[in-house]
Design a protein around this ligand. Structure first.
Ligand code: SUD
Ligand code: ADP
Length: 285
């Protein structure tokens, strides 16, 4: 009998880059939001190996997969000898700025912590998750949160209103590392006002949230792929209250007051070679 876990994607409502750290990462401050779009992971017992099967997308099931790396990391931390079989059904586009790999890693840590009876606390899981990727700590917590440091310091925020989102994924992926490496401070960088975003969320002010959308990494990825600017404009023309690139991109999302209005924005959007996904914010298990 397999045990099922959902790994929900995330969008960045803001992303600010504050400086370069001695460890080569960048100091960031960002408001992150879980969304309903998710991968599904089914866990069943195995003698001693970690065996992954993947459906839905062409992705390596080997030791470089973040599900494998999460299982291996937890197994050594929990002194566990048994293996596990994981069926991964991928829906979240890969290397898209939606944290799909990080979400799968976080779901694997939570699931196996429970299944193997290791019993680590959320903060202990977050310390482990940080070793797998900067967005894994947020994916462990989920909901609406402020993240600092590399992304490993996560603080829960009041839940966002039930916003709708139209995710527009262009037909290419972007490596997180290459975007951060190319980041340069300067007038082209649109930096968010995180305090104003937190206030808008706290006040359930949808237009305020839309006005506060900003991502410092947009200046890098839109220089690599200028079509992203046009996608942002097309989402507004289709009726979105605001639009922004998520994370290091290339996914751009349009924000709407609710799921129904996201569906009508998607219907009006002038699609070319992009993939469209309609979803909504997700706040509680
Ligand atoms: C997830 C992978 C592939 O498995 O992504 P890619 O490298 O292919 O993009 C990474 O290698 C897995 O390593 P890890 O470095 O933990 O991944 P992430 O946290 O996503 O960060 C990718 C890279 O972005 C840069 N980065 C990320 C976050 C941050 N606050 N500052 C940064 O400078 C770093 O160069 C980092 O190495
Ligand atoms: N289970 C997984 N799902 C998605 N990407 C994965 C997974 N395991 C490893 N990866 C690798 O992680 C990188 C990007 O992960 P992902 O979280 O999808 O990107 P992003 O953070 O931009 O949304 C890709 O290079 C991909 O090959």
């Amino acid at each position: 009998m397999a045990i099922k876990f959902l790994a929900r994607a995330k969008v960045n409502l803001t992303l600010d880059v504050l400086g370069k750290r001695p460890d080569g990462y960048h100091e960031v401050e960002m408001v992150m939001q879980s969304v309903e779009l998710h991968d599904t992971l089914e866990f069943s017992p195995a003698e001693k190996d970690i065996v992954i099967t993947i459906e839905g997308m062409d992705l390596s099931p080997g030791a470089d997969n973040l599900v494998y790396r999460a299982a291996e990391l937890l197994r050594s931390r929990g002194c566990v000898r048994s293996g596990v079989k994981v069926r991964l059904i991928k829906n979240i586009p890969v290397a898209a700025g939606l944290g799909g790999g990080s979400a799968d890693a976080a779901a694997t840590l939570k699931a196996l912590n429970q299944i193997w009876g290791i019993g680590l606390s959320m903060s202990e899981l977050i310390v482990l998750g940080e070793q797998l990727g900067a967005d894994v700590p947020f994916c462990l917590l989920g909901g609406t949160a402020l993240a600092r440091g590399k992304g490993e310091q996560v603080f829960r925020l009041p839940p966002c209103p039930p916003l709708g989102l139209v995710l527009v994924k262009p037909p290419f992926s972007v490596s997180t590392g290459s975007v951060y490496q190319a980041f340069r401070f300067g007038p082209a960088v649109e930096r968010p006002d995180n305090q104003a975003m937190v206030e808008a969320i706290r006040a359930n002010n949808i237009l305020g949230i839309a006005r506060c959308l900003a991502n410092a990494l947009e200046s890098v990825t839109t220089r690599m792929h200028p079509e992203l600017t046009r996608i942002k404009e097309k989402l507004i023309e289709a009726g979105a209250a605001g639009s922004l690139m998520s994370g290091s991109g290339p996914t751009v999302f349009g924000l709407t007051p609710d799921l129904a209005s996201a569906r009508s924005v998607a219907a009006r959007y002038k699609k070319t070679d992009e993939k469209l996904l309609v979803t909504s914010v997700f706040n509680t298990e």
